[in-house]
Design a protein around this ligand. Sequence first.
Ligand SMILES: O=C(O)CCC(=O)C(=O)O
Ligand SMILES: [Fe+2]
Length: 197
Amino acid sequence: MSNESHTTDFCKGQIIYHPKWLTPKNSNKYLSQLKQSLPWKSDKIRFMGKQHSIPRLHAWIADSNINYSYSGISLEINPWSTATRELKMLCEQSCQHSFNSMLANYYRNGKDSNGWHADNEKELGQNPLIAIVSFGQVRRLSIRSNDNHKEKLDYDLANGSLIIMKGELQHQTQHCLRKTQKDCAERISLTFRLTNA
Ligand SMILES: O=C(O)CCC(=O)C(=O)O
Ligand SMILES: [Fe+2]
């Protein structure tokens, strides 16, 4: 895959990938800052009638009236910090879109993951634009179409990269970040959203 930004039309939506959105130096600085300063939480979700620990840590940063809940958990609202506000503004410029909330994920090692899902909660509106900034270990984001998974795309998300999902993508596709056996250091992703109150 090239090092230049590129747009791919996929399932009535677009995926825009900027592999070198931030410099390596800035990315590494943010990685250690975010790791230390975000209010990381371990959580349990209900699935098939049972409680399961989610295989990662997460944190919800949002404007004061913007709540987050899915699969029976609701996350505490934390305020923007200097670093998260800075990154939100940079993302807003790149996406030409505003955000009021961010779900941060911390994958401690290759056993941490994020299962197949779509970001299609009704609070995100009809065709949400989701922007994901990655720090640390390269991990693979897979995207598959809902119609029998006929179409599939993989992105190896680089340190300091930005990937944008827009259009009908959250209705037509699902995405995941698989576990890996490979030697795997930590990764943080920030997923910016515009959530209705
Ligand atoms: O960590 C990632 O890159 C994906 C995160 C994600 O899909 C989500 O938080 O909804
Ligand atoms: Fe997602």
